[in-house]
Write a protein of this length. Structure first.
Length: 427
């Protein structure tokens, strides 16, 4: 219990308490060239959601994005729409949304609200998340005064124009692995989106997504273990993390980095952001996945026989009981398996996933969209990254959309991502 309180206190410090004042009082912007980058408009990747809203105002909502039209913003009924499009902003994997009509003139600002998962603050912090939009010339622009509700996990902004919108972290720790076995190493690196500082008052355009390169501030970067027994080897914007030689009660371990950031009032780097990334120490064999922003891990005991985690390699399936009552089945179809990717479907060289224990019905990677439609399968797939001989290991990862198998044609949807490492056995 004492440990859990410690972890809670650390998380409050590292994820919520940001932008603490430093002592440096320089008033000069470092001499660096930030060149805004034009990017293509994203291709449409899903159906639009539409609603007619008149002078009385109203809301349009889909996939965690909400458009709030206040009373008096329009004088006549307008057909509003919201459509998912490809996100072409480098360094951001989230969907973008095209809000239409694009050239309408609002009499009052409208509000755009994006909901984010708590897991998305790993390696960054809520205060570093910003809404961004792509203007008509192809530049992405950052909303510096993005409003944040950390309790509700929402980002919002007021606008008088429509375009393609998404959100992005201005500063982030990237790692080549977030789950490690004992003794393994992870390479951490500080990345950020270049912002044209001279345009801070007008939604500054973004440049490249690059390694943190404010040269005068790199010596002030500090890497620290926030929780755990791992070892760090800092090197400026980089840090080598080595997991402990044995699993401990601290899991995941937490690595923090303290970074100088721009103070727009004082015109210097006298503010500090604290970013924290969790690194999970895994057993020799494991399966874990993230669903609804929560990390689920396989049970390691209290299972009948070997059903905590089991694989049959000659008839490729993996099933696992998870630590909170959920269970998962991952199946590859066909007769020959190896180190490659398997899209979702029900044919040879394809895959499917079932997850149960969430509600009355299971969740799966397929659905029937309408009474006369063919079966629709999830995007993403299962990727096998290691496939040893019998007695060796199979390693892989997966991302998928799961639909609730309740018999309806457009059931609720969840997104899942995970990884596994299991010994290859013939049962």
């Amino acid at each position: 219990m004492h440990f859990m309180k410690l972890i809670h206190s650390i998380l409050l410090l590292t994820f919520i308490t940001l932008f603490m004042a430093c002592k440096k009082s320089s008033t000069e912007i470092e001499d660096q060239v930030v060149k805004p980058v034009k990017r293509n408009a994203g291709a449409i990747i899903g159906p639009a959601v539409t609603k007619t809203i008149g002078s009385g105002g109203g809301t349009l909502e889909a996939d965690g994005v909400q458009l709030i039209i206040p009373a008096g913003a329009v004088s006549a009924p307008v057909n509003f729409s919201m459509q998912p499009v490809e996100n072409t902003l480098t360094g951001s994997s989230r969907n973008a949304y095209r809000l239409l009509p694009e050239h309408i003139q609002f009499k009052k600002p409208v509000t755009i609200v994006f909901k984010y998962d708590a897991s998305e603050t790993a390696g960054t912090a809520p205060a570093l998340l910003h809404l961004v939009y792509q203007d008509s010339t192809g530049y992405f622009r950052m909303i510096m005064d993005t409003e944040r509700d950390e309790a509700a996990h929402t980002l919002s902004a007021h606008t008088t124009h429509f375009s393609d919108w998404t959100y992005v972290e201005s500063l982030k720790i990237e790692t080549d692995r977030s789950e490690l076995r004992v003794g393994e190493q992870a390479h951490l690196k500080l990345m950020y989106h270049e912002v044209l500082l001279s345009s801070l008052g007008i939604d500054p355009p973004l440049g490249e997504y690059v390694e943190y390169n404010i040269r005068s501030q790199i010596p002030r970067i500090q890497w620290k273990m926030a929780a755990g027994a791992g070892k760090l080897k800092p090197d400026g914007i980089n840090c080598l993390y080595t997991a402990p030689a044995a699993t401990t009660a601290v899991n995941p371990e937490l690595v923090s980095v303290y970074v100088p950031v721009w103070n727009s009032v004082k015109k210097d780097y006298s503010r500090q952001a604290i970013l924290t990334i969790p690194l999970t120490i895994m057993e020799d064999e494991y399966l874990s996945y993230t669903l609804d922003g929560i990390v689920h891990k396989n049970l390691t005991d209290d299972c009948p026989s070997d059903d905590c985690l089991r694989m049959e390699a000659d008839n490729f399936y993996i099933n696992a009981q998870m630590n909170d009552g959920q269970f998962i089945l991952i199946r590859l179809l066909g007769y020959s398996f190896g180190q490659r990717s398997y899209v979702y479907g029900l044919e040879d060289d394809q895959s499917y996933i079932h997850v149960g224990g969430i509600g009355q019905w299971d969740w799966a990677t397929s659905k029937t969209p309408c009474p006369t439609c063919d079966l629709q399968h999830s995007s993403g797939g299962v990727t096998i990254t290691r496939y040893d001989g019998i007695g060796g290991y199979v390693e892989g990862k997966f991302t998928a959309e799961l639909w609730y198998q309740d018999g309806t044609y457009n059931p609720p949807k969840k997104e899942i991502s995970g990884q596994f490492r299991i010994k290859r056995r013939i049962n």
